[in-house]
Ligand binder design. Structure first.
Ligand code: ZN
Length: 244
């Protein structure tokens, strides 16, 4: 009788162990499926045009954007020097600097344009700000009736060499640029990345929506912003910000 009890106990234990293992394998398989689904999203893919026309978007309209977003370069520089990296001479110095810096890649909220005068790197606070602005843009668009658009980032970290190159095409480019510190990025307001033409929006409405979002972030003390008329972008510098 005692032996029978031991055998039954052993059988029960084996059954429990078998079930646990199976469940673990199922979870692992689900995790793998999810991971492969995530990794198959190619965020570099998009329409290479914006559809004409557009469904009207409910958005705040600023009378004169250059008048609203005109934080002086001096303010950008002081914030950049506080939280940014020591400017580097060459992009290969990225591998040797000890200050935190992250590579910025295409994602669900923004697309990195082909960069001619900068490199896709930012300090972590700036990358976080860019993600938060992009997410607010996408979420607000969804909440107001949809439209599959992302932001287009046109410039990030610069070096003295890339600024010299930029000065040859744009005489207004300043040597003392906050872009040298990895705290500053440019977002186009003349072009947006279109992922679907199902709900088309106008460039003007998307520009105003971006303005509305940047206004809120600036009010929260997270950034300084300049509306660049020649380069048709918002020039944005991350400010020191206490998240807690
Ligand atoms: Zn800029």
């Amino acid at each position: 009788m005692k032996n029978l009890a031991i055998i039954v106990t052993l059988l029960l234990m084996s059954a429990i162990l078998y079930c646990c293992n199976n469940q673990q394998e199922d979870t692992q398989e689900e995790d793998q499926d999810w991971a492969s689904a995530v990794s198959t999203v190619d965020y570099s893919v998009h329409h290479d045009y914006m559809p004409s026309g557009g469904v009207k978007l409910k958005v705040k309209r600023f009378p004169y954007l250059p008048g609203v977003f005109n934080d002086r370069n001096k303010l950008h520089l002081s914030a950049a020097k506080e939280i940014g990296i020591t400017p580097i001479k060459d992009v290969t110095d990225i591998w040797t600097i000890t200050q935190p810096i992250v590579k910025v890649e295409n994602g669900p909220y923004y697309y990195i344009d082909e960069l001619n005068h900068s490199f896709p790197y930012l300090v972590p606070e700036a990358e976080q700000l860019l993600s938060d602005i992009g997410k607010a843009f996408v979420d607000t668009l969804n909440a107001r009736g949809g439209g599959a658009y992302r932001l287009k980032v046109t410039s990030l970290l610069r070096t003295p060499e890339t600024i010299a190159g930029l000065r040859r095409v744009n005489k207004n480019a300043v040597d003392s640029s906050a872009h040298l510190y990895g705290t500053t990025f440019d977002i186009s307001y003349s072009q947006f990345i279109c992922d679907s033409v199902v709900v088309p929006r106008t460039k003007e409405d998307l520009k105003n929506l971006l303005g509305e979002i940047l206004y809120e972030f600036r009010e929260q003390g997270r950034c300084y912003v300049i509306f660049e008329q020649k380069q048709t972008c918002f020039h944005i510098t991350t400010r020191p910000y206490n998240y807690y």
